[in-house]
Design a protein around this ligand. Structure first.
Ligand code: SF4
Length: 585
């Protein structure tokens, strides 16, 4: 069974911003923090936010209630509110974070402008939906809600008319409504305010429905836009199910399907989509006994057990030794392989909180094979120290220091009973520390192993090799941070994309890729690197390629994308071995 995920599934821009603002508020502001109404139509995401301390304010308190309440912060959700309600919240002395989606704000502004000039606003949508309630407020008594074309005939006589739509409505039906409005008011100004995000999702579901036997639509049962996506798929004639969680997916329902499409509403968090994909993937794996299926299972186990990335580190270590003219010793490969395996393994067990959301597949794998994996991590740590010792006492000392630092990364160093405001309790709590420490760790280790081994020398070649490794690993790790941004936000971790935003992170990744090329060329021109450096430019090109793939497809299923990324290190090792063979090494 193949699984095809719609590229546009999950949080739209407006919902993502609102959730981010809510998470930032619960992590950084003193409580209490409320959302005015449920922040999004997804019970699992709401439960999670409630667990983080976000309360839901059902109604605006009156003045006596407000006096009894402690001061706090209220978040206006992406749907927006009538202007009077925002004013009342501010007047009660509450801090107000307006997380109204910019697109909804645009519709509100349009209504205000035209009703201010004497027009009446016909709003097509669900009269009980908070967005429509908010839009009606902005019409200042000149708004009329219609739910179907027949409602237009029942409207009173109006002079000037505009028509807008609730942003998540269906495009085809909007044409019918606008025809009905124009038939009655030929001069009516019609504004198609259906959000591009909604339209894109519906168009993609139509396209995807033609390629699959069954469609799984993930999202809250109360989410209108999710239900509409399911209806679009049903109207295309494909077998469709709308589920809220992976537990609602009946294995028998997909048993006969060869290709299953997955999409999700604009209020469905990535971690829930990942859980559904993981379940489908598990069902698919059970059925697939072909050579390809078995190979995929082996590759998956290698990736989830961190053996694959450890192999990549060994390969990169060899490449960085060969490019500087060292004899490639098997122990160079062994020390980096076992060290990286040990550190990745042990840190995963020490730091599972964000993986629950970012990588549920890995967490399940870790839980299932806990004893074996933990023992393999400890075994790898010992073997790496032993191999380091066989190289030299200096390599052993380097590894001992780095192993201590690696283990300290996720362990609390500040006691729990110190003030809550003390946010940095572990090294991993330092903003952007994950990407920077991983990149620095690899850079120091991979560049210094040959230097501290017998016959090694410290020079500019070591500095340039460290720079190249740092940049390669930085690209890998920062891209992983973008992939894991939702889970990291949930646990309050400040990674690079959370600190500077996704766009700037992509820019940083492009700069890092260009710098790798520069370092390799400069190393060659300064004669500290051999001609292999020019061949390694292929690895920078490969890094640019997978960044492009990621941005194009917004990959959610991280396991095989991780394989694609880490293949870059293996590519470097293969190129280096070929170079070594060709140059008679
Ligand atoms: S669907 Fe569009 S308008 Fe509605 S919140 Fe999302 S981005 Fe904003």
């Amino acid at each position: 069974m193949k699984i095809k995920l719609a590229k546009t599934s999950g949080f739209c821009m407006g919902v993502r911003k609102a959730v981010e603002q809510a998470l930032d508020a619960v992590h950084t502001r003193p409580g209490p923090i409320w959302s005015y109404g449920p922040l999004i139509h997804n019970p699992q995401a709401l439960d999670l936010l409630a667990g983080k301390g976000l309360r839901v304010m059902g109604e605006i308190p009156d003045e006596s209630e407000a006096r009894a309440m402690k001061k706090g912060t209220v978040i206006i959700r992406a749907h927006g509110v009538p202007p009077g309600e925002k004013e009342r919240l501010v007047n009660l002395g509450l801090e107000v974070i307006d997380a109204t989606c910019p697109r909804v704000k645009g519709v509100q502004a349009r209504i205000r402008k035209h009703t201010g000039m004497g027009a009446s606003a016909i709003i097509w949508g669900n009269p009980d939906h908070p967005e429509v309630v908010g839009l009606m407020g902005h019409a200042r008594g000149r708004g009329y809600v219609v739910t179907k074309p027949e409602d237009v005939a029942a409207l009173p006589d109006l002079d000037k008319v505009i028509l807008v739509a609730q942003t998540t409505q269906n495009q085809q039906k909007f044409v019918e409504i606008s025809d009905a409005v124009r038939a009655r008011w030929p001069e009516a100004e019609v504004f198609d305010t259906i959000c591009g995000a909604t339209q894109k999702r519906q168009d993609e579901v139509r396209r995807l429905s033609k390629l699959v036997d069954a469609m799984v639509v993930v999202g809250g049962h109360a989410s209108g836009n999710t239900e509409r996506l399911a209806n679009v798929a049903r109207n295309e004639g494909v077998k469709t199910v709308h589920i809220e969680t992976e537990d609602e997916l009946d294995p028998a329902w997909v048993a006969d399907s060869q290709t299953v499409g997955v999409t999700a509403g604009a209020s469905t968090p990535n971690w829930m989509i990942k859980r559904v994909i993981r379940k489908l993937d598990r069902l698919a794996r059970r059925r697939d006994h072909s050579f390809r299926g078995v190979s995929r299972r082996i590759l998956r186990a290698l990736i989830l057990s961190n053996t694959y990335v450890a192999f990549g580190s060994g390969a990169l270590c060899l490449a960085m030794a060969i490019v500087r003219g060292y004899d490639p010793q098997p122990a160079f490969f062994g020390v980096s392989f076992f060290y990286i395996h040990a550190m990745h393994m042990l840190n995963l067990f020490l730091d599972k909180e964000s993986s629950e959301f970012n990588d549920p597949d890995r967490v399940m794998f870790l839980e299932k094979h806990k004893a074996v994996l933990l023992s393999s991590g400890l075994f790898s740590a010992l073997v790496s120290l032993f191999l380091a010792f066989t190289l030299s006492i200096k390599v052993f000392a380097l590894l001992a220091v780095m192993s201590t630092l690696g283990l300290l990364y996720a362990i609390p160093l500040v006691p729990k009973n110190l003030p809550r405001q003390m946010k940095i309790r572990r090294l991993k709590d330092i903003p952007a520390s994950k990407t920077m420490s991983v990149s620095c760790g690899w850079a120091v280790l991979l560049s210094l192993i040959p230097v501290l081994s017998p016959g090694g020398r410290l020079g500019w070649d070591s500095v340039m090799a460290a720079a190249a490794v740092f940049l390669f690993v930085f690209i890998r790790s920062a891209l992983g941070d973008v992939m894991e941004i939702q889970g990291d936000r949930i646990v309050g971790r400040e990674t690079i994309p959370i600190l500077i935003g996704e766009k700037k992170t992509y820019l940083l990744l492009r700069i890092a890729t260009a710098l790798v090329v520069l370092v390799l060329i400069l190393g060659f021109l300064l004669k500290v690197f051999s001609g292999l450096a020019l061949m390694l430019i292929a690895c920078a090109a490969y890094a640019a390629f997978y960044q492009y793939l990621f941005r194009r497809d917004q990959v959610l299923s991280s396991v095989f994308f991780e394989a694609l990324i880490d293949a870059n290190f293996i590519l470097a090792g293969v190129l280096a071995c070929l170079w070594n063979l060709a140059s008679g090494g």
